[in-house]
Design a protein. Structure first.
Lengths: 434, 273
């Protein structure tokens, strides 16, 4: 049994192709079932997000499986395979398992370390297990992948640093104030980025939003969106005293805040700290403001620098995360090879038991009268012989080196003892493991 | 017996400090947990050592340099553990445990013999005065450590150095809050420590205040913290200024505690060190 992954993502395909191949929630049950109509698959699940479309399946016949999945994608979405085949990636076996681990841990994401993907993959798995198209192997694989993602999140700092300007501003604010609860912010001028930063700050606990704009109507609109207060541009200096964080993005051609103003405000505030986020170009706040005690000023370039540093930091943490993935991959493969052996071990035992019973029956019918005690003795003697003979081969199968090619052993055992082709594997595969 | 527990606690403090320093370098959460566990274990052993010594000596064991250093270290660790319980700031751990270790290692080298108590110290005021004074000092030790962290972190944020140090240190808001909380708890304790000392002085030496160097220096220390508290409450001395004051204040405490006895002579220099 092999794990098979086929898919496209933001790196391999533009959005025009991704949207054509995507699956929507309502039809997922039908899609999952259609995959299973191909007899070579025992389990499958579909992950469809805006950045990737992937199908995970388990199969005995990888070659055939790859072809079927490709055709399925083309047929299902009614587009020709040529259109997207170049964008597809296919992973098999160990590579497929690694891929699932990396996707769940957000190592394969557009922004490495962003946590949304974990929720999406959890949901995709929940749907597959709801419709029972995932079984023992995919269930185990996905649970392991969630564990890997969690481990990486706690053991590395991969998700800890902001990689967008507006988030970087929020993180800085937290480093300055500790908590943002009950803090007040002022939006000086209303741009898209300022609005986004304000949204993040409100989500982080900011209580009061004051919006200042040269066009008062615009300020009123925006203030309404934040449940805040609109203030005329001329009056903003008087209100500054009650403000902890200022996000400035006016189109003014010169500084609108000079050190003297801020000095006065900070004195009136009894030195309670202030954080100025100046994302306007040209700048709104005189850079000398940063020299005032308890005042911190970051302009757009400073924030961009923070973002760049954080990206580097994430890249370095990602290296550690990859090590964790490899470590977990080895553990999982170990379990997986052991699982592969199970059907062979079972049929080997069955075959020997069959022979034992048959031969014992023959003997008993020809041997004439026997006391129950003698029968029991014979029974345990034959059982002991079978057990002793099977002990070494089964131990070898169970504990074979996970890195070695185990299919050779399986083949050899099957040929030597003429075991039937893997029966019952399908049922066993569909069984909900956990 | 108390010596055995004392030595064991030093071993655990040393282990804890080592793990804390490794934590600062490697940033593995598990190291901070082990360190905390080691320091807490050390604290329990330390407490047992005190109790045993108290029972053996028949008086509160804070009457010579070994005992006072040891008690100071104990109070600092205890105050940190209480603060940790409230604020969960791991980064203070390495500083606090290092400070405790610096205090306790000389205590290890000094004579640990239990000497008969000089008559002048035989009083109920002994434990009261010493416990209040040292608890106050221990809380100011915490403010000292958080002050150092504040100065470092403030530099990082101001100069936009968003590097390893910035990531490791807590927010300025929290560090400043520790400064304030330490002040509100530590100042009353220090005040009570000085007042009880003065009452005791009346009993022992027949005068509330005799301007011996220890008294003078503790008054200087008291004024430093009083000034900080006053400025903080009235004009809002906070942040960097408050941090610098907490650092200066703690040096004054250390001088009052050690410097006066080692460098100057006075009534407090009653023991053989």
């Amino acid at each position: 049994m092999d794990v098979l992954v086929i898919g496209i993502n933001h790196k391999t395909a533009p959005v025009e192709i991704r949207e054509k191949l995507s699956f929507t929630g309502e039809e997922l049950e039908r899609s999952l079932r259609r995959v299973l109509e191909h007899s070579e698959f025992t389990e499958n699940m579909i992950l469809s997000t805006c950045n990737r479309v992937e199908i995970y399946a388990t199969t005995q016949e990888p070659e055939k499986g790859i072809a079927s999945l490709k055709n399925f994608l083309a047929d299902y979405h009614g587009i020709s395979l040529d259109e997207f085949e170049r964008s597809l990636y296919v992973h098999l076996g160990e590579a497929a398992i690694r891929h699932v681990f990396r996707v769940a841990s957000s190592l394969d994401s557009m922004v490495v370390g962003e946590p949304q993907i974990l929720g999406q993959i959890k949901e995709a798995h929940a749907i597959a297990s709801q419709y029972r198209t995932s079984g023992i192997i995919l269930n185990k694989l996905l649970h392991r992948a969630f564990h890997v993602a969690k481990r990486i999140r706690t053991e590395t700092k991969i998700g800890n640093s902001a990689v967008s300007i507006s988030y970087a501003a929020v993180e800085l604010a937290k480093k300055i104030f500790g908590t943002l609860k009950e803090k007040a912010i002022m939006l000086l001028g209303a741009g898209e980025m300022a609005e986004l930063a304000a949204r993040h700050l409100v989500a982080a606990g900011v209580q009061k939003v004051v919006v200042v704009s040269r066009t008062y109507g615009r300020a009123v609109d925006l203030a309404a969106a934040f449940d805040g207060e609109a203030v005329e541009f001329n009056g903003f200096l008087e209100r500054l005293e009650e403000i902890d964080i200022v996000i400035s993005s006016t189109g003014a051609p010169h500084f609108i805040l000079c050190p003297d103003d801020v000095q006065r405000v900070i004195k009136a505030r009894k030195n309670r700290p202030m954080f100025f986020i100046d994302i306007a170009v040209p700048r709104d706040v005189d850079p000398r403001v940063n020299e005032i005690e308890n005042v911190y000023l970051y302009d757009i370039d400073d924030l961009q620098e923070v973002v760049d540093i954080n990206r580097d930091h994430r890249a370095r943490e990602a290296e550690r995360a990859e090590e964790i993935v490899e470590e977990e991959l080895r553990t999982f493969c170990h379990w997986y090879t052991a699982l592969e052996m199970v059907p062979t071990i079972v049929s080997l035992r069955e075959k020997f038991e069959e022979i034992r019973e048959k031969e014992l029956g023959k003997y008993l019918s020809s041997a004439g009268q026997m006391t129950p005690k003698q029968r029991r003795a014979l029974e345990s003697l034959t059982l002991a012989i079978v057990k002793k003979i099977l002990h070494d081969p089964i131990t070898l199968l169970k504990h074979s080196d996970p890195d070695a090619d185990t299919s050779e052993y399986v083949d050899a055992v099957r040929k030597l003892f003429r075991l039937e082709a893997e029966g019952g594997g399908e049922n066993q595969g569909r069984d909900d493991g956990d | 017996m108390n010596i055995w527990f004392f030595n064991a606690c030093v071993v655990f403090y040393a282990l804890g400090t080592l793990k804390y320093l490794l934590f600062v370098v490697l940033l593995r959460e598990v190291l901070a947990k082990i360190a905390l566990l080691a320091v807490s274990t050390g604290f329990v052993l330390h407490s047992v050592a005190f109790l045993l010594r108290y029972l053996e000596a028949g008086h509160t064991p804070v009457t010579n340099l070994h005992e006072s250093l040891s008690f100071f270290a104990w109070a600092i660790v205890g105050v940190y553990l209480a603060f940790y319980w409230r604020y969960r700031i791991k980064v203070l751990g390495p500083f606090i445990s290092t400070l405790a270790l610096i205090l306790i290692i000389p205590a290890m080298a000094l004579s640990k013999e239990i000497l008969p108590l000089p008559p002048v110290l035989r009083s109920y005021w002994l434990p009261i005065h010493v416990i209040f004074a040292f608890l106050g000092n221990a809380i100011f030790a915490l403010a000292f450590c958080s002050g150092i962290l504040y100065i470092i972190q403030e530099r990082q944020v101001k100069s936009k150095h968003i590097g390893a140090i910035y990531r490791r240190l807590p927010s300025l808001g929290v560090l400043d809050e520790i400064n304030y909380k330490a002040l509100t708890f530590g100042f009353p304790l220090l005040t009570v420590g000085i007042i009880t000392g003065s009452i005791w002085a009346q009993y022992a030496w027949g005068s509330y205040w005799s301007w011996d160097p220890k008294e003078t220096w503790s008054l200087i220390t008291w004024f430093l913290y009083a000034a900080l508290l006053h400025q903080r409450l009235t004009v809002g001395w906070r942040g960097k200024r408050a941090a610098i004051m907490a650092i200066i204040g703690f040096f004054a405490i250390l001088f009052t505690f050690l410097g006066v006895n080692l460098l100057l002579k006075g009534l407090h220099a009653y023991t053989n060190w």
